[in-house]
Design a protein around this ligand. Structure first.
Ligand code: 4NP
Length: 187
């Protein structure tokens, strides 16, 4: 499966026509396990990669159950084991996010369905269709890294092994995304 196309505004930013930083939002259901892990990993990775534009990263949840909370202790201990600083506290996605962010990256098909439903809030005259900003993390990965898979599965009711798997899948996703951002303006 080919990687998604970059939205028009993001291409403009990568071509230097728009000085605003590239803004990336990772989204999962609760914003305490997967998306805060993706956020922290992405912040950590872009610091050590040359040839990238300025990038801002955030994460949010579809639900509001954990708003204001720290990431799940299993995400925190995994990040600590990998030497990656933790990022932020949980928040719920809001309508304005589809205007603010260039990429809104979900973890599973349920996230994608919810995100596409929420984009209706923001579609307006002269605005790029916000649904073009929505993708799933694994769509950016080299498909040979995760044959036949498209979802980063919810580890909430799982154990340490499930969180390790999330990390491995996100690592491949973020490496693919960073390579695309370095490449710049390929469709
Ligand atoms: P996440 O995991 O979406 O990766 O943050 C979950 C966290 C909490 C719940 C579900 C998934 N929950 O039902 O509270």
């Amino acid at each position: 499966m080919p990687q998604p196309e970059f939205p028009v505004r993001l291409k403009e930013k990568l071509q230097g026509g728009d000085p605003d930083p590239v803004k990336i939002l990772f989204v999962c259901l609760g914003n305490i396990c997967r998306s805060p892990m993706a956020e922290a990993m992405m912040i950590h990775k872009v610091k050590s990669v040359m040839g990238l534009p300025e990038i801002e990263v955030d994460s949010a949840g579809i639900g509001d159950w954990h708003v204001g909370q720290s990431p799940d202790h299993r995400t925190l201990s995994l990040l600590e084991r990998k030497g990656i600083p933790r990022a932020s506290y949980a928040r719920q996605i809001k309508p304005g996010d589809f205007g603010t962010f260039d990429l809104v990256i979900g973890m599973d098909e349920a996230n994608r369905r919810d995100l596409l439903r929420l984009t209706d809030w923001r579609v307006g005259i002269n605005e790029e269709d916000p649904s073009r900003k929505v993708s799933l993390a694994l769509e950016w990965a080299d498909p040979s890294s995760h044959p036949g898979r498209i979802e980063v599965p919810d580890p909430y009711y799982g154990g340490t092994k499930d969180f390790e798997e999330v990390y491995t899948l996100l690592d491949a996703s973020l490496n693919g995304l960073i390579a695309r951002l370095q490449e710049g303006n390929r469709t």
